[in-house]
Ligand binder design. Structure first.
Ligand code: NAD
Length: 433
């Protein structure tokens, strides 16, 4: 997290916006696209200034009777193409500026895959590992209640992100429903099937990562069965990617979590890793007996064909990019590659499938879940997986074609398409008043 500063790079706006490296990264990617689109200063200001930001106090009664106040944020970055959509993160070092960057990426991501949402993100500054289940429930319910003025099925539909899951979404949905006085499943996505969740949502981000990787391999004439894969982050996205790529015939040689990683050149078994973690009481996968313990930095430097960063931002940076040997990087996480590292990878000929395309499977199936809840309809697993595949493959094709035609990286092309679609929405809607 960087210091607060008056924004020097980018456009001058009437609202001074504090900067962090993540926000700077999002801004620099935006301006690259804005330059290519020839956007004027006013449109740049409109597209970079968050529509609204809410910071709330989240008082929680701890199990021992103490009162503790946490801070929560929700940012609506842009609503030109639909209601706000984005995950909720629980993390001890999350900041408003980081949430703002993540919300901006959501805006472009929804536009890249063509789902009718604007971009949002939310967070509570908390280490959920230090809370009991009851404390986590009270924190979630109070945060949901504090967001009531700005959330709603047609206003803002939250979803899980880092350290939040189906259970958190269930509490969120219940809190909203109790306040409305009736069942409102369309208020969140990524909730359990028993209360209106969608088939295929829990694995959707990971399956989307697999689809774009298979497209990338095909474009390079590479066979999935010959690919070695390293995955940083073994959470909802990373573990699902390991499973999906294993089923696609790839060899997953390394995975990691916040505690470190495990490596086996002959391949790791995703199911066995999950089972091991379960039996070990939910801790780190570093003690997995069929693998050799490695650090996260060693994982990033492995001589593999494909690297999937699926943890947090800024994993691949100027100071470690020289060690990265993968020929293809598919960004399961949001913002894992800094712009400086991105440039080095591009010059080296490493194909980077960017976050706003690669991990868009999650928001795509969230859209399916929202539609089903609004219509009280139930789609089959095949409905979901078939439609997800069509959308991911079409989005990859559009981005890859744009990249080829304009001689751009996939990230530049994805931003050109995403930012362009939001600018077009403004051109059609006009400006009130
Ligand atoms: P998660 O909380 O389920 O898992 C995060 C994983 O990253 C865990 O294994 C954790 O141990 C690991 N991790 C955390 N800090 C780390 C560090 N410093 N070094 C190495 N590993 C670390 O979260 P998730 O939902 O899987 O999200 C992961 C990333 O994917 C985030 O960037 C998130 O924004 C993005 N994403 C998630 C979804 C989704 O549907 N959940 C959709 C799109 C993008």
């Amino acid at each position: 997290m960087g210091a607060e500063a008056t924004r020097a790079a980018g456009p001058t706006t009437t609202i001074p916006i504090p900067t962090t490296s993540t926000w700077d990264a999002a801004l620099s990617q935006f301006h690259g696209a804005a330059d290519l689109l020839g956007l004027d200063q006013g449109m740049r200001d409109l597209l970079t200034t968050p529509r609204r930001e809410l910071t709330v106090a989240v008082p929680v009664r701890r199990d021992d009777g103490r009162l503790e106040v946490f801070t929560g944020h929700r940012v609506h970055h842009n609503l030109a193409r639909g209601p706000a959509k984005g995950g909720i993160r629980y993390h001890p070092r999350v900041s408003l500026e980081e949430v703002r960057a993540l919300a901006m990426w959501m805006t472009w991501k929804c536009a890249v895959v063509g789902v009718p949402f604007g971009g949002a993100k939310g967070a509570v500054v908390v280490d959920p590992g230090e809370l009991s289940r009851w404390e986590l429930e009270r924190l979630t319910r109070r945060f949901a209640a504090e967001l009531l003025p700005i959330i709603g099925p047609k206003k803002d539909i939250p979803a899980p992100d880092v350290n939040t899951d189906e259970q958190v979404m269930a509490w969120f949905m219940d809190t909203f429903s109790v306040n409305q006085g009736y069942w409102v499943p369309e208020i969140v996505t990524g909730k359990p099937l028993s209360i209106g969740g969608s088939r295929g949502r829990s694995g959707a981000t990971s399956v989307g990562v697999m689809h774009v990787l298979l497209m990338a391999l095909e474009s390079k004439g590479l066979e999935p069965t010959e690919m070695s894969i390293a995955i940083q982050g073994f959470g909802k996205v990373g573990a699902g990617v390991a499973s999906a790529l294993q089923q696609a015939g790839c060899t997953v040689v390394a995975v990691s979590d916040v505690g470190g990683g495990t490596y086996n050149g002959n391949g790791l078994d995703a199911q066995a890793l999950l089972q091991h973690r379960l039996e070990a009481g939910g801790g780190s996968i570093v003690s997995y007996p069929a693998g050799q313990r490695i650090s996260n930095e060693e994982l990033l430097a492995l001589d593999v064909d494909v690297l999937v960063p699926a943890a947090l931002e800024n994993a691949i940076r100027a100071d470690n990019v020289d060690a990265v040997k993968a020929r293809i990087i598919v960004e399961g996480a949001n913002g894992p590659t800094t712009p400086a590292a991105d440039q080095v990878l591009d010059e080296r000929g490493c194909l980077v499938v960017p976050d706003i395309l690669a991990n868009a499977g999650g928001v795509t199936v969230s859209y399916f879940e929202w539609v089903q809840a609004l219509q009280s309809s139930l789609w089959t697993e095949d409905d979901v997986s078939g439609r997800l595949r069509v959308i991911m493959e079409r989005a990859y094709e559009e981005v890859a074609t744009m990249a080829k035609e304009r001689q751009l990286s996939l990230r530049q092309a994805a931003h050109l398409i995403g930012v362009g679609r939001v600018a077009e929405a403004y051109a059609n809607r006009g400006l009130f008043p």
